[in-house]
Design a binder for this molecule. Structure first.
Ligand SMILES: Cc1cc2nc3c(=O)[nH]c(=O)nc-3n(C[C@H](O)[C@H](O)[C@H](O)COP(=O)(O)OP(=O)(O)OC[C@H]3O[C@@H](n4cnc5c(N)ncnc54)[C@H](O)[C@@H]3O)c2cc1C
Length: 570
């Protein structure tokens, strides 16, 4: 058995994982494991920007962290924990300046200050950006700092399962993708920073690697999944491939039209129009399409032509490239065909705000970034708040790990026994696949995605959600006796895809189960059979676990008290 040992171990080389490492590397022996080379993490795909109430522009000069927090809570449809949101908004200006001093190449105003653009659901232009490739710029900047400080990386190592002793984390088992070997990583502090799980859907802006691996491992270890029914569908993904067309395109002044040339947003958000929050714009677009006012019953137009060549070339060059390469449309001359697609996972691993920041109910296990639910996004995330969360909370999780006083000192024989048991269980799972019969992973994956797209999308209702829970039980059965082409583990991506599917199926089941349970409409979760918000019964966080093979629903209260609860109107 190959064993590596660290004071703290971070799974994930995206912005969240990197920022935790920076906080710890000076004082602790820390390593990052990542299934892809860190610069290929999905953080690098972020386009539009990162929010901070800097008030750099004339239009934004009255902005403040409190207004930022208010917009976030209002946008969340009052499901975000208000104390956590206040911290996020207050820390934002500091953290953006920190990124600037690390060397992040932000776009600039003529004054030399960091430029800020309007974004959906925001009262002021608050989103700081680097053209339309903000994530790429930030990921490189933070990675450079990790290299400078000597963070140790295990690239192309895949987290398979966690190891625990009683209710304490003891480490994890990872697959070294190149050698095919299973390696035990021993640590009493493990951080899951494995990103979102958008690939449980077919129509998604997410990278192929966003398969919810951290969530799957935590779920199997008994940690609750929080608010997973809240899936963000981005209104504008490119028709055909569902590549993201940033909200920044509407922030810069883009319009949405149906096939009758109507700017239909005036029907649902007459003030905010195209810059209403994503849940509202996505529903408006799908309504146009469902009621026959879309093009080819499939998409609407995002028109940037009136912005002019210069502005498009300067502020949205990546969007122009994507539209030309993948849809054959130059947005300087023609509108872009767009439709809603899965984009972000508001829910995630239940993690604490109070006490040891980011810690899950499993002692010593933390989660951060899109994987986690510390609940700042509630039922609907505002654009630009996710990059922010990775950096602000990455720092906080690092501090919490450093400060944790009661290092547990598990007994070495307990750790060894747990490690051996974990390896044995994993081998058992692997050998159950090595047969020359059963369905192929690709077919099982497609069955899962098809039912998720069809029944757990922008609009939901009882019978269809119920159907998906049954479909997914069948998917689980097929998965258990799956056929894989070869059991050679050396650089076997078929094997890695199978491991990812194991996590996706679990999280798809949680998502559908929670969506069926939540009999109200709030934020991104819209039930046509329960079209209004029901604060009396459902202003609570959902918590799903599995006991004896059955999914169990529990709830916990939402932290309110800073902003008065109101109806949302834009
Ligand atoms: C196209 C797109 C555009 C976006 N634009 C914006 C934007 O403009 N502004 C904004 O605020 N937000 C945006 N978002 C959201 C935001 O980018 C993400 O939520 C955020 O970057 C997630 O960061 P993360 O560190 O949590 O995860 P990621 O960046 O996804 O990193 C996950 C890491 O975990 C590793 N990993 C995963 N599974 C395993 C495993 N089994 N074993 C080992 N390692 C594993 C991966 O290798 C990777 O390094 C966008 C998202 C998308 C998809």
């Amino acid at each position: 058995m190959k064993v590596e040992e660290f004071d703290a171990l971070i799974v994930g080389g995206g912005l969240s994982g990197l920022r935790v490492a920076i906080e710890l590397v000076d004082t602790m022996n820390v390593a990052i494991i990542s299934k892809v080379y860190p610069l290929r993490s999905h953080s690098g795909a972020a386009q539009g920007g990162i929010n901070a109430a800097l008030g750099n522009t004339e239009a934004g000069k009255n902005d403040s962290p409190k207004t930022h927090a208010y917009d976030t809570v209002y946008g969340s449809d009052y499901l975000a924990d208000q104390d956590a949101v206040m911290v996020l908004a207050k820390e934002a200006p500091k953290i953006v300046i920190e990124l600037e001093s690390m060397g992040a190449p932000f776009s600039r105003l003529d004054s030399g200050l960091i430029a800020q653009r309007p974004f959906g659901g925001a009262g002021f232009p608050r989103t700081c950006y680097a053209g339309d490739r903000t994530g790429h710029a930030l990921l490189h900047t933070v990675y450079e700092q990790c290299i400078r400080k000597g963070v140790k990386f295990f690239d192309e190592f895949f987290l398979v399962d966690l190891i625990k002793v009683g209710n304490c984390i003891a480490g994890l088992v990872a697959l070294d993708i190149a050698s095919g070997e299973l390696v035990v990583f021993r640590s009493e502090s493990v951080v899951l920073a494995t990103g979102g799980f958008g690939r449980i859907y077919k129509r998604s802006t997410n990278a192929i690697i966003n398969t919810g691996d951290g969530l799957g491992a935590a779920f199997r270890a008994g940690v609750p999944m929080q608010d997973c029914e809240f899936v963000q569908f981005h209104p504008t993904t490119l028709f055909g491939t569902n590549i993201l067309i940033t909200e920044g395109a509407r922030g810069e002044g883009g319009y949405l039209f149906n096939k009758n040339k109507e700017r239909f947003m005036n029907k649902v958000a007459p003030k905010a129009m195209e810059l209403a929050p994503r849940d509202i714009v996505a529903r408006a677009i799908d309504t146009e399409i469902l009621e026959g006012r879309g093009f080819d019953d499939s998409y609407v137009h995002l028109d940037l032509t009136h912005l002019g060549k210069e502005k498009i070339m300067e502020r949205l060059p990546g969007i122009r490239d994507i539209s030309m390469y993948f849809a054959g449309v130059d947005p300087i001359e023609k509108p872009i065909p767009v439709q809603p697609g899965q984009h972000y996972s508001m829910g995630g691993i239940a993690s604490k705000y109070k006490g040891d920041f980011g810690e899950t109910p499993l002692d010593g296990l933390y989660s951060i970034g899109e994987t986690s639910c510390i609940s700042v996004h509630g039922a609907n995330r505002l654009g630009g708040n996710s990059l922010l969360e990775t950096i602000v909370f990455g720092r906080y999780v690092g501090k919490a790990i450093f400060k944790k006083e009661s290092r547990r000192k598990l007994k070495s024989f307990e750790i060894k026994n747990a490690e051996e048991a974990a390896l044995k269980a994993i081998e058992k799972t692997f050998t159950s696949w090595n047969k020359n019969k059963g369905k192929k992973p690709a077919d099982i994956r497609m069955a899962m995605k098809t039912t998720m797209d069809k029944n757990v999308g922008v609009f939901r209702e009882e019978a269809r959600l119920h159907q998906t829970t049954i479909d997914l039980q069948n998917v689980q059965k097929d998965f258990k006796s799956m056929h894989i082409e070869t059991d050679d583990r050396k650089f076997n991506f078929g094997f890695v895809r199978a491991l990812e599917l194991r996590n996706m199926v679990d999280i798809a089941e949680v998502t559908a189960f929670a969506a069926l349970w939540r009999k109200e409409s709030r934020g991104a979760h819209f039930r046509t059979d329960y079209p209004t918000r029901n604060d009396k019964e459902f202003q609570v966080h959902s918590l799903v676990t599995k006991k004896n093979g059955e999914l169990i629903m529990e709830t916990k209260p939402v932290t309110l008290g800073i902003f008065e609860v109101k109806e949302r109107a834009y």
